[in-house]
Design a protein around this ligand. Structure first.
Ligand code: PMP
Length: 363
């Protein structure tokens, strides 16, 4: 069979062809600390409860179009109305729908760098103009003053900020989210790691009731603190008007009945999440102290469930040497401002001990 010339070339849009793919190195390891997952699995009795509920449902029938059960449960837990909440297949999906709603050709999109790589990709696909604002990750902060300087110089700015920030671990200071909103920009606030932070803002789910703002969309996930990464559940909160617009863009039925049931059960057992968050935050402090005591290792302050640190050897060598010892972490040294850096998720006490022991050996 001959293939027409035309068929061997991709007709992908130039903006996509020019991009690099979001990739993850697939590696087996006994101890997996590379994706900021929870080290604590969802309790078996709660899994059984979810599966019993899912078993009783009709699998030949689409899920509830409005996902009323989960949106209602999230709204109740956060002092919101269901009109203020949209749910979907991980916060990645919510980010994609929201970025397509608010960012179009020419929209200036301001974000700290380094940060979660997906923002720039989605903004670029939408035709937005990325305006990365580089900052020093060792400070544990985000470059709010620099962002505030840029906002008045561009029209209809959209700011995307992740706090605590992945992959640096730093966070916004108290009142800084409000300052960004006061600047007149549209703010997309990713609080995937918000449960682990010490300084929540009134716009976070931990505030009761959670505050809304007409120029703010807040993204949350069940993948980290809630321990449901495999089930892919994320949600956003905003004004009813914004939610109505984003809903036009979002794919229908993106959340399946099993994942929705699991998130509802998780919300009913907030005590499980709280206990896990407490353990992770305590382990984070222990890990940072222990890592700081290792010569040739310097840690960045972290408000998240991971710690980014700098070594004096090539990060790749440390990554490989840890992998040989059965420990998988993330080499983040190719991010701007993160040369010689790696990121380790906070694991269980036993996993963290193994990691610390291995790190002492390899650096
Ligand atoms: N935002 C940030 C900052 C993340 O680190 C991640 C996951 N790595 C996500 C969003 C996506 O989370 P999920 O789609 O699992 O909800």
């Amino acid at each position: 069979m001959t293939v027409a010339d035309d068929a061997v070339k991709t007709r992908a849009r130039a903006v996509v062809a020019a991009m690099t793919a979001y990739t993850l190195e697939l590696r087996e390891a006994a101890i997996k600390l590379n994706q900021n997952e929870s080290p604590f699995d969802f309790p078996i009795e709660l899994k059984d409860q979810v599966l019993a509920e899912a078993r009783a449902r009709h699998w030949n029938i689409y899920p509830d179009f409005e996902a009323i059960a989960l949106r209602g449960a999230i709204a109740r837990a956060n002092g919101l109305s269901p009109d203020n909440v949209l749910v979907g297949n991980g916060s990645n999906e919510m980010l994609a729908s929201t970025i397509s709603t608010f960012i179009g050709p020419g929209t200036p999109v301001i974000f700290p760098r380094p940060t979660f790589a997906l923002y720039e990709k989605l903004a670029t696909v939408a035709g937005g103009v990325p305006i990365p604002v580089e900052f020093d990750p060792a400070t544990g902060t985000l470059p709010v003053a620099d962002i505030l300087r840029i906002i008045p110089a561009v029209e209809n700015a959209v700011v995307i900020v992740c706090s605590p920030n992945n992959p640096t671990g730093g966070s916004l200071g108290s009142g800084q989210l409000q300052t960004l909103l006061d600047s007149g920009a549209m703010v997309l606030f990713d609080r995937a790691y918000g449960e682990f932070a010490e300084t929540p803002s009134p716009y976070e789910p931990s505030a009761a009731p959670m505050q809304l703002h007409p120029r703010l969309v807040t993204f949350s996930t069940f993948s980290k603190a809630w321990g449901l990464a495999a089930l892919r559940v994320g949600w956003l909160a905003s004004t009813a008007e914004n939610c109505r617009e984003i809903r036009k863009v979002k794919l229908p039925y993106s959340l399946n009945i099993i994942s929705e049931a699991a998130a509802v059960v998780a919300l009913e057992r907030r005590d499980v999440r709280d206990a896990n968050v407490q353990r992770i935050v305590a382990e984070r402090a222990r890990l940072i102290a222990a890592m700081a005591a290792i010569p040739r290792v310097s840690t960045f302050p972290s408000q998240a469930n991971f710690i980014t640190f700098r070594v004096e050897k090539k990060a790749r060598e440390v990554f490989e040497a840890l992998h040989e010892r059965g420990i998988l972490i993330r080499d983040v040294s190719s991010y701007p401002r993160l040369a010689y850096c790696l990121r380790v998720s906070v694991g269980s006490p036993a996993q963290n001990d193994r990691f610390l022991q291995a790190l002492r050996e390899v650096v």
